[in-house]
Design a protein around this ligand. Sequence first.
Ligand code: SF4
Ligand code: SF4
Length: 331
Amino acid sequence: MACTDPAASVGGASASPAPLIFAIQHFCIHDGPGTRSVVFFKGCPLRCQWCQNPESWRRETELAHKGHLCIDCDTCVDVCPTGALTAPGVWDPARCDLCLRCVDACPAAAMVRFGEPRSADDVLAALQPEFNLYRRSAGGVTLSGGEATLFVPLATEIAQRLKNQAIHSTLETCGLFKLAAVQPLLAAIDLVLFDLKLFDDEAHRAQCGAGNAGVKENLRALVRRAASGAGPRVWPRLPIIPGITSVADNVTGWASLLQEIGVRGVTLVPYHQFGAGKRSWLPDAPAAPELGALSPAELARSAAILAAHGVQSFAPGAEDWRLAGGVATRG
Ligand code: SF4
Ligand code: SF4
């Protein structure tokens, strides 16, 4: 999908539609310290070409059709009251009023809905059964997406209520936000997983749909605040996408910046193709680009470049969080 004016959706939530959550996953071990639950907000200011969660892009509820589950029974077509659905997996969004009858009637769970409005009470109720596990594993909850900073009031309420119960909270962000607008959220969060992508501004714009000047500025500011104890701890993550973020100049650019601002650890997230098929579920998502498999050599070279700049790299789930910049809190 082409970027739909990412800049228009950057910042606080005042002009946003009601926040939607498209998934809450439990028992996650790659999204922060310990064992965690991850809350996925729906809506993202970026459109990274390699994105494996295209259902996270738009802020609106979406219908999707999982063709591999469909048994061609035509039930969805029969129950559609507006005539929007003309064949399994074929519908006219202009005629669809999102009544969700097709979703409810599908016997194969092939028609699905992405995005539901959920209150903080509702999200906390879904998380509560895992609280003891978080405490035993020094884990917690990660607010992800999409981009949780688009929905500051709800994300802040969830994080603050977790904090009140001594549950560790992590924010995973693409880094494209207005710092002043997300201040309430940062005040309630223990750790920020800060995603890095293209170092070059134009390359970032071409691959992700928006430039990265604000991303770098926010990274600097958050690391500075963490170092002084005035903000949550910060841990960058760099997806290694073959031929895109993996190129030596890109890794070197980030390594130099991380060294300059005193970051000592980074997660290298190896590219995989697990999410590529999801694009076909959504009517207007472009096909995933053809990317070759990531070679172990590319990953090793990236780690070596970072090491040469004094930055230690880790696989997801194997981080030494003691290297996270800032003042340790819980977890
Ligand atoms: S959500 Fe309702 S209107 Fe839209 S395609 Fe399904 S049944 Fe038809
Ligand atoms: S109701 Fe479900 S299984 Fe049947 S045709 Fe529609 S999408 Fe496929």
